[in-house]
Design a protein around this ligand. Sequence first.
Ligand SMILES: Nc1ncnc2c1ncn2[C@@H]1O[C@H](COP(=O)(O)OP(=O)(O)OP(=O)(O)O)[C@@H](O)[C@H]1O
Ligand SMILES: [Mg+2]
Length: 244
Amino acid sequence: MGKAIVIASGKGGTGKTMLAANLGVTLARQGHNVVLIDLDTGLRNLDLCLGMENNIVYDVNDVLTGVCRIKQALVKVKAFPGLRFMAASPQKPSGEITPLHIKVLCNKLKKKYDYIIIDAPAGIDDGMVVATGGCDMGVIVVTPEYASLRNAQIVKETIAAQGIEKIAYVVNRIDLNLMKSGRAPSFDEVTKNIRDNIVGIIQEDENIHISTNLGIPIASITDTPISARFVAMAARIRRMLDEE
Ligand SMILES: Nc1ncnc2c1ncn2[C@@H]1O[C@H](COP(=O)(O)OP(=O)(O)OP(=O)(O)O)[C@@H](O)[C@H]1O
Ligand SMILES: [Mg+2]
């Protein structure tokens, strides 16, 4: 049986979509069958991060409303055998989507795929709660800003309230120069309350920014320090998922 992971954050723009794409690519490169699902309905952009914007016919909503079968909405991500992608709907759906809908979808996908990675909308509104349906683990992306750190605590409580016990953190956009000069919270401040559950730390890096804009996930460029970070992160996440 596969496992589902929701990628969340309290603040917008922390790097959820970047992380989802690169984690998906990393796991697929290791030979796993992976599905990336964009649930940031209305503001979707995982397709852009993967360079897949011209390949979408059906989206998650079409699956949930019976317009198409799951298979029809799963797009193969070019260059990565084993990686599939399901796009978010560009508009808010007319009917209500509940966590149970996503749970049913995840449970079907878990029979065939090893990892389902869900890119959630920012915040703790209904859209994020829906994205946790059927998930075995939550990964919260924080950035070195006080607002992000405070919001992360609230996101953690919201995810835990959905019955998800495995919750990890990725600290993204670390800029050591800003930290050292006191213009951003120090590393200790950032990690104080989450230290035991950090699965990855990613530096601020213009190559990451460029790669998301080009639609080429940075982890796909092998044997670089950044791709090694994603490999280590994927290993920690897998270990947490495998723990009883
Ligand atoms: N470590 C990094 N270094 C430089 N740029 C980054 C880094 N992580 C993310 N970015 C850039 O920050 C922007 C926001 O990233 P991304 O879209 O992944 O965030 P998000 O959390 O999904 O945002 P939203 O809440 O709007 O969905 C993108 O332009 C991305 O390229
Ligand atoms: Mg996003």
